[in-house]
Design a protein around this ligand. Structure first.
Ligand SMILES: Nc1nc2c(ncn2[C@@H]2O[C@H](COP(=O)(O)OP(=O)(O)OP(=O)(O)O)[C@@H](O)[C@H]2O)c(=O)[nH]1
Ligand SMILES: [Mg+2]
Length: 442
């Protein structure tokens, strides 16, 4: 774990400038003294105080609110000062300049405030990850899932597992202090097995929600598939409400995969326009079609478009595992050569017919794919992989008829995996991974 902070760090913690108000934060041993140097005296802890801030020459920087949070009762666990100023670029630059001229104060790195909160034991890794997700949240589903994590409920679950695992191991280890044969008596074997069985069942159920948790984070991937001129790009533009993709009456217009992010009923959806599927000799178009097939294969939902004069080639979506929603496009035009699939939803991006129905169907899909917001799920591949590794080790324990020393070693290994979840272990590379995605000032 990181050693206690030596440097005092400063950063703009509020959003892009110019803005109405800018919040600059300062954390570390010099926070109080720096605040006195700029604002005259230390304000009462945790109370906003209106001050004129001055640089080292006595020149005024701005007039604004200052707050002081003495450690350890602060967001970072260290002495923390906040400056609420007018959100002009030059104002913030002048303040940061005045601060960093003081020895021991430097600009913060990305995620450094949060990392200090972690180092000082105020939050664990799941809470830090939840906080990162909360800052990145763009839809209701993402906000709710992130908030559950940031508020420590996932941490509590993982700590509970670690505690129960430790108890199982302690029982097992205590038994071989008293037996010289190395085999564990029934009186110990049964309660240990019960404890581990209970954990295995809970962990497996938890992992069952991992797919949904990740879909909330990254959004439901919806691919538009169809023959050239089926109206895919037109539909994408209509759903996105902007001209994201080029539309022409020439078949084979779209080559690259075009992605737009949508908020459908509070659920995050990523919609992908793709090249029309057909046999072609054009090398550029062939690459586009290969990309289309890749996107379709990775989708959580495929919208299969058939237009009156551009029916979907029958074999085009063979082998696709995701659910397929059949759409009959261009309903404003008369029937064409091929009849659309009987269960297809008829719509026209031009007149808007059927569009509400389509949005509702996609949102329903998204709602079904995403877990109940109150359910605790691993939202990240890091969490999922770590739970899976611990589970695998516990499975090995359950099936093995190995001597108790080996059994207890397996339980210890599983416990190590669990401690990686909360980060209460010495793993710098893991920390870098988690904190590197924060922005400066958080
Ligand atoms: N009448 C009518 N025309 C449409 C509708 N949707 C698309 N079109 C027209 O159909 C033609 C093809 O539309 P696109 O959206 O480019 O079709 P696409 O499936 O993206 O085609 P590719 O990119 O070549 O695969 C364009 O001329 C559109 O204006 C619709 O709902 N009604
Ligand atoms: Mg197109």
């Amino acid at each position: 774990m990181a050693s206690p902070a030596r440097d005092t760090i400063a950063a703009l913690s509020s959003g892009a400038l110019p803005a109405g108000i800018a919040v600059v934060r300062l954390s570390g041993p010099d926070a109080g003294a720096a605040l006195v140097a700029l604002a005259g005296t230390l304000p009462e802890p945790r109370r906003a105080s209106l001050r004129t801030l001055r640089d080292a020459t006595g020149g005024p920087i701005d007039r604004g609110l200052v707050l002081f949070f003495p450690g350890p009762r602060s967001a970072t666990g260290e002495d923390l000062a906040e400056f609420h100023l007018h959100g002009g670029r030059a104002v913030v630059a002048a303040l940061l300049d005045a601060l960093t001229r003081r020895p021991g104060i430097r600009l913060a790195e990305a995620g450094e405030f949060t990392r200090r909160a972690f180092a000082n034991g105020l939050i664990d890794l799941t809470e830090a990850e939840g906080l990162a997700d909360l800052l990145a949240a763009e839809t209701e589903a993402q906000r709710r899932q992130a908030l559950v994590q940031a508020s420590g409920r996932l941490r509590a679950l993982y700590e509970d597992w670690a505690g129960r695992l430790l108890r199982a191991r302690a029982l097992l280890e205590a038994s071989f202090d008293f037996s010289d044969e190395g085999d564990v008596g029934e009186d110990v074997a049964a309660p240990v097995a019960r404890l581990v069985e209970g954990l295995v069942a809970e962990m497996a159920a938890h992992l069952g929600g991992a797919g949904g948790g990740e879909i909330v984070r990254r959004g439901l991937r919806v691919a538009l598939a169809g023959a050239p001129n089926a109206g895919k790009s037109t539909l994408l533009n209509a759903l996105a409400d902007r001209e994201a993709a080029i539309v022409t009456d020439r078949p084979g217009t779209t080559r690259d995969v075009i992605e737009v992010g949508l908020d459908l009923g509070g659920f995050p959806v990523r919609l992908f326009d793709t090249a029309g599927l057909r046999e072609t000799e054009d090398p550029v178009e062939r690459i586009g079609i290969a990309r289309a097939m890749q996107t379709i294969a990775e989708a959580d939902l495929v919208l299969a478009l058939s237009a009156p004069d551009a029916p979907l080639p029958p074999a085009a979506l063979r082998g696709v595992e995701a659910p397929i929603l059949q759409l009959a496009t261009m309903a404003d035009r008369g029937p064409g050569e091929g009849a659309p699939p009987p269960d297809a939803l008829c719509l026209s991006a031009r007149t808007g017919e059927g569009m509400e129905d389509l949005v509702r169907r996609i949102a329903e899909r998204a709602a079904a794919a995403m877990p109940d917001p109150e359910r605790l799920v691993p939202a990240r591949s890091r969490q999922r992989a770590t739970v899976a590794a611990a589970l695998e080790t516990l499975d090995a324990f359950m099936v093995s008829a190995a001597p108790p020393e080996v059994g207890s070693e397996l339980l210890r290994l599983a416990g190590n995996e669990l401690s990686r979840l909360t980060g209460r272990t010495d793993v710098e590379d893991l920390l870098d991974l988690v904190f590197s995605e924060f922005c400066i000032g958080k």
